[in-house]
Design a protein around this ligand. Structure first.
Ligand code: TDX
Length: 321
């Protein structure tokens, strides 16, 4: 955003839980148009103080986002993703923002069979505590538009990948574990399908929605890149020249959605969005980034993340953890 819109004043609000990392933003921390605020979006008073400075546009990226964690501890998902969204909506309403963009997920649509794609009209049928909490947030955003006329958009993207992704998500998890010759946990039969979207393509879509999205509309964002988990894991192993013997089939995720696939027709036709990155090159660049930034993810793989990792994979992988 700072490159695309050098005159914008950006306030970055983050409560810096386990996945937040100021190191990621070193390159802009001294830019006069950038401010960081360590604030929890569920803290209504602190949020009010921020909005009092004058805010035109809100883009709500703040969320607990990892499905496995929501199975272990659902409460914080409801708190941040539902209550936090409501706090932001109240402040946006009080101070009269010109646009509130809710960054959501295709997971609110539930799961697909072998055919069909998620459109903006697909009914919301979330299957995990995570996706249910995101759907709850989305419904509040919609309701503030219908009830109070708040100018909103909701975006629903497919699985993101790229640099700086926290190594609990499939792609960075597999890259980092493979590089350390650790067992690679494959849930169930490994044939679940996700629709992969390079993070910068997601960002360019959000930028378009901020500036050109029709008020009140939902936009699905996806790059038509459906792949099975096995395909992803084997591609990474091949690139890293590591043996497939590292692949370890483990107990399936509870309520594991089988397939996600986005129909991006609306954003493509209405706003002219097109992804720039092909999956085959995007995944190679991503692997290279993790190879070049081993220190970044090594530092993360300690402390709180280590505790979670033991809880999540301890029983599944036993001694091979
Ligand atoms: O160890 C693993 N083994 C495994 O087989 C992990 C972490 C995942 N998986 C499987 C589960 C999924 O089928 O890989 C697939 C991708 O898993 P995640 O990276 O956890 O992503 P997913 O559950 O699809 O959700 C992601 O996309 C939608 C994000 O985490 C969400 O925040 C986003 O809304």
């Amino acid at each position: 955003m700072m490159q695309q819109h050098p005159n914008y004043q950006i306030i970055n609000v983050d409560s810096l839980t386990y996945a937040g990392n100021l190191e990621n933003l070193k390159s802009i921390e001294n830019n006069p148009n950038y401010t960081f605020s360590k604030t929890d979006i569920t803290d209504a008073q602190a949020v009010d103080t921020l909005f009092r400075q004058g805010v035109d546009v809100v883009v709500n990226f703040a969320a607990e986002s990892h499905v496995d964690r929501s199975i272990l501890e659902p409460e914080v998902f409801v708190k941040t993703n539902v209550l936090g969204t409501q706090v932001l909506l109240d402040a946006a309403k009080k101070y009269g923002v010109t646009k509130f963009v809710q960054v959501s997920t295709d997971e609110v649509y539930g799961t697909l069979g072998e055919t069909g794609l998620f459109t903006e009209e697909t009914p919301l049928t979330p299957n995990s505590p995570y996706s249910a909490s995101k759907a709850g947030g989305d419904l509040l955003v919609r309701a503030y538009h219908e009830t109070f006329g708040l100018p909103i958009n909701i975006t629903r993207c497919s699985n993101n990948y790229g640099p700086y992704q926290f190594p609990e998500k499939l792609i960075p998890l597999i890259i980092s574990r493979a590089l350390s010759d650790q067992a690679l946990p494959i849930y169930g039969d490994g044939l679940n399908i996700r629709d992969w979207l390079y993070v910068e393509d997601h960002c360019s879509a959000i930028d378009l929605v901020i500036h050109q999205g029709r008020i009140g509309e939902v936009y699905n964002i996806g790059g038509n890149n459906e792949r099975t988990n096995l395909h992803i894991v084997k591609t990474i192993l091949q690139e890293l020249n590591k043996p497939e013997a590292l692949m370890t089939y483990v107990k399936d995720r509870l309520g594991h959605d089988r397939r996600y696939g986005i129909d991006p027709t609306k954003i493509t036709q209405e706003l002219g969005w097109k992804p720039k990155h092909h999956f085959e090159t995007g995944i190679k660049e991503t692997i290279q980034w993790y190879l070049n930034n081993k220190e970044w993810w090594s530092r993360i793989q300690s402390g709180e993340y280590q505790d979670y990792s033991t809880k999540q994979y301890g029983d599944r992988l036993g001694d091979s953890l």
